[in-house]
Design a protein around this ligand. Structure first.
Ligand SMILES: *Cc1c(COP(=O)(O)O)cnc(C)c1O
Length: 361
């Protein structure tokens, strides 16, 4: 039976990425060797790393604009501390927007390095909206925000204009929508949400902002060292980088971010329309701030959960339960999820509605 994978991460990837990755595990580039056993210094793998880095910049429209793309390890979580290590001056200050669990995890690490000002937070409303009227202090070393809040299903539609470097955790919406990416100085994303398997993190950096904070940075945490080594300072996650490269090739072939954004908008519109229409469901996020990637919703009547759960499971849907801090359901509609899969969920929600009205009347 076909599975419809709504998991929040690791998550669905294009079928052709699974097929090509499988081929490469058995026989990479007709070398008679598996990608799992080749040297990361081999010509064939250097070509993979170079292509993955170039495709990332190309798809984001950042080629030739002074940016470097790296594929590092340690997840987005390691970036929470690499960012302050590389950008915050001794006795300096960083500004953070607190929009959820991941944003506050980033704040926790920054506090180790120095004065960390929270410019706004939606914590008091269980992060169900994106704060709007805040200003970024002009003397901050950088401003950090989270473009999409995977757990709470909110997404930033606008970014503040400021003269301080802007750092954005785009783990769960990278390559999903068009933005002027040149407004950002560092973009980072754990691969496993919208780009590849777990094990690598894309970091895109405007090179000119580095090397200015006067700290001695341990080599593995120093962006400049990774740039100099062309993302091969130590052994990279060979397979994760390869599969990420395949996803980026797929995205380019499919028409790039503009085409996928159109599809993502259709998917999100289809599901949110049903959440709003169907009297048995309610969305949790402020409507204007709803995420196109992660739609969070609750049942109006929790007692109906066993009926709804049985229906979506029977339809082949996977990964729908919400994060424990929100409860209910979370439908993660990453790039590789098809419109047909969203239609299957909507059909289940409508089927559920008719079953419940049969019981009640
Ligand atoms: C999942 C996630 C993280 C954590 O990513 P890891 O790669 O597991 O460290 C950070 N930020 C956001 C927005 C996420 O969705």
């Amino acid at each position: 039976m076909k599975k419809h994978n709504y998991s929040a991460g690791p998550c669905i990837l294009p079928q052709e990425v699974f097929e090509k990755s499988s081929d490469a595990i058995l026989n990479f580039n007709n070398s008679g060797l598996s990608i799992l056993e080749i040297s990361h210094r081999s010509k064939d793998f250097i070509a993979v790393m170079d292509e993955a880095r170039a495709l990332a910049l190309e798809l984001l429209g950042l080629e030739g604009k002074g940016y470097q793309a790296l594929f590092l390890q340690g997840g987005a979580s390691l970036e929470f501390l690499m960012v302050p290590y590389n950008l915050m001056r001794e006795n300096g200050k960083a500004a953070y927007l607190d929009t959820g669990t991941w944003a506050s995890a980033a704040i926790k690490e920054a506090k180790i390095f120095g004065n960390t000002e929270i410019v706004a937070s939606s914590k008091e409303e269980n992060y169900n909206y994106i704060p709007k009227n805040y200003s970024v202090p002009a003397d901050a070393d950088y401003f950090h925000c989270t473009s999409n809040n995977t757990i709470f299903g909110t997404q930033m539609k606008e970014f503040p204009s400021t003269n301080v470097p802007v750092v954005c955790d785009m783990s769960s919406d990278i390559f999903s929508r068009q933005l002027d990416f040149s407004k950002f100085d560092i973009i980072y994303a754990g691969a496993q949400k919208n780009m590849g398997p777990a094990g690598t993190t894309l970091v895109v950096i405007k090179e000119e902002i580095l090397g200015k904070n006067g700290r001695t940075i341990p080599s593995m945490l120093d962006y400049l060292k990774h740039i100099k080594a062309e993302s091969m300072y130590n052994t990279p996650s060979v397979f994760a980088v390869y599969a990420s490269m395949l996803t980026l090739q797929w995205l380019k072939k499919s028409g790039g971010i503009a085409a996928i954004e159109k599809l993502n908008t259709e998917k999100a519109t289809l599901l949110y329309s049903e959440i709003d229409r169907n009297p048995l469901f309610k969305g949790t996020a402020n409507v204007a701030d709803r995420s196109m990637m992660n739609a969070c919703f609750l049942l109006e009547n929790e007692d109906h959960a066993p009926i709804f759960d049985a229906l979506w499971k029977a339809a082949g849907i996977i990964g729908l339960p919400g994060h424990r801090s929100v409860g209910g359901y979370r439908a993660s509609m990453y790039n590789a999820l098809s419109l047909e899969s969203v239609q299957v969920l909507v059909d289940v929600m409508q089927d559920f509605e008719s079953k419940i009205s049969d019981v009640n009347f």
